[in-house]
Design a protein around this ligand. Structure first.
Ligand code: FMN
Length: 181
């Protein structure tokens, strides 16, 4: 059974990105294992941790978990037109020690979102830039820049707009085709 690690680029409890990620997780069919991966407990990356040979316990657990994943779904807001620090930190921590990256050769999909109208385009593409270096194959199409994230769901977590619901399903369908190629 393929394992999909889901990373959310926001740490706040009421995060729209997290709600969106949970909704997307619900769209996976049987036969896939999805897991929300906690990135909020990772200290800022410091190379000395790895050079000393005793990285923080949270790094060890995170890297172990990430290595076991077959593919990743990244759901993130945009901070100052780029990738939120917590998420870029998770990329960095996963990329070291050198030669033992959790990312190498994996596949991913990036879904950015914003309460505004640009849908987190800057974060989405800055992430893609890092993933080229990390040798992560990112699904090219469909691109997902989800605007109006504050109004996507009602209080019961139901999607408010049928068209958006269909689009989100198409993202997951395309992602599954992509990772099975
Ligand atoms: C430090 C900071 C920078 C932000 N920069 C942007 C931005 O560049 N573009 C944007 O669309 N929204 C920006 N926002 C607004 C976020 O999209 C908004 O806070 C959103 O709710 C964050 O995602 P979340 O709901 O998943 O936490 C920024 C918010 C913060 C806190």
């Amino acid at each position: 059974m393929k394992k999909i690690g889901v990373l959310v680029g926001s740490l706040r409890k009421q995060s729209y990105s997290k709600k969106l990620a949970e909704y997307l997780i619900g769209l996976f069919p049987e036969g896939y294992e999805t897991e929300l991966i906690d990135i909020g407990n990772l200290p800022h990356y410091n190379q000395e941790y790895d050079e000393g040979g005793a990285p923080p316990e949270s790094y060890v657990k995170y890297r172990e978990k990430m290595h076991a994943m077959d593919a990743f779904l990244i759901v993130t807001p945009e901070y100052n037109r780029s990738v939120p620090a917590a998420l870029i930190n998770a990329l960095d921590v996963g990329s070291r020690p050198y030669g033992d990256s959790v990312w190498d050769g994996k596949k991913a999909a990036v879904v950015s979102n914003s309460p505004g109208s640009l849908g987190g385009f800057g974060a989405n593409h800055h992430l893609r830039q890092s993933f080229v270096f990390l040798n992560v194959l990112v699904m090219a199409q469909p691109e997902a820049y989800i605007s109006g994230s504050a109004d996507l769901f009602d209080d019961n977590g139901e999607i408010q707009n049928e068209g958006t619901g269909k689009f989100l399903q198409s993202i997951i369908d395309a992602f599954l085709d992509f990772i099975e190629e």
